[in-house]
Write a protein that binds this ligand. Sequence first.
Ligand code: NAP
Length: 287
Amino acid sequence: MRILLTGGSGQLARALQGAFADRDLACLDHAALDLADPAALAAALRAHRPQVVLNAGAHTGVDLCETQPDLAFRVNAEAVGHLAEGCAASGALLVQVSTDYVFDGLATRPYREADPTGPATVYGRTKLEGEVRARRAPRHLIVRTGWLFEAWGRNFLRTMLRAAGEGRSLRVVADQRGTPTSCRALARQLRLAVDGGWEGLVHATCGGETTWHGFAAEIFRQRGLNPDLTACATADYPAAAPRPAYSVLCNAHRRSLGADAMPDWEEALAEVLADPLLDAPSRSPEA
Ligand SMILES: NC(=O)c1ccc[n+]([C@@H]2O[C@H](COP(=O)([O-])OP(=O)(O)OC[C@H]3O[C@@H](n4cnc5c(N)ncnc54)[C@H](OP(=O)(O)O)[C@@H]3O)[C@@H](O)[C@H]2O)c1
């Protein structure tokens, strides 16, 4: 099975490389394949003739998207349409990774796949349009996830550990709820999904829920650190893009489809904290 992976240097893409390591996988990073370039997308599909496209590339800068809406639309929506049309022509499966940001964040129970969407940000609106366009591929799997972290890449876990290591006081919001999800757990689930022939729309996060403050506290508890950590409110940190107050996704549909490769978030955190790569020197300041 030939697989094409986009956004190849991102945190999820790196985990996907591991999960599909025994497959014929072409991993193209931003420099090798610019999702904003339709001609480059067509050329990549022609060159690699994938049977599965894993689209892990996206304009993920939630605040930046507010000031770069055209670029966000090209990368998060139009590119998905081009990939879907290519997959439609060849019969390939398109796996599109989407986000909790497609919802309004006002729910009081976990969002199900059929719940109404209502994105409040450019990022969320462009990702939702990406879902719409992914459906142009007759064989598509749209996977909504949230709060991704890993031992590598740009994420909250690494930011917290760096800040604690520098002896900084930390104020972390305690009024946004979601489910921290390790990229490796999601990648393992995506491997099972592809092998199992899943199609359609599915929510995929780890189990449980917490706040960013709760996540930070558990990181430090498991790591045996005791930094100066205090809770604050979203309103204390005005940002260009509003953050959803409630981002928990319901995983019942995913669990009904087959094996559950996604543990509770605390267990996923322990697995990542035990990874020696977490303490390895960064390959770049952002890596
Ligand atoms: N992070 C989360 O908490 C989260 C939550 C829900 C859903 N998701 C979704 O999960 C997927 C993976 O996200 P992630 O956390 O792995 O994000 P990430 O680490 O920021 O990776 C995204 C990758 O996309 C690449 N990219 C950006 N613009 C591109 C372009 N024009 N052409 C080609 N590649 C481009 C980036 O490359 P450069 O850095 O070199 O530009 C980066 O390697 C995305 O679809 C995202 O929307 C993420």
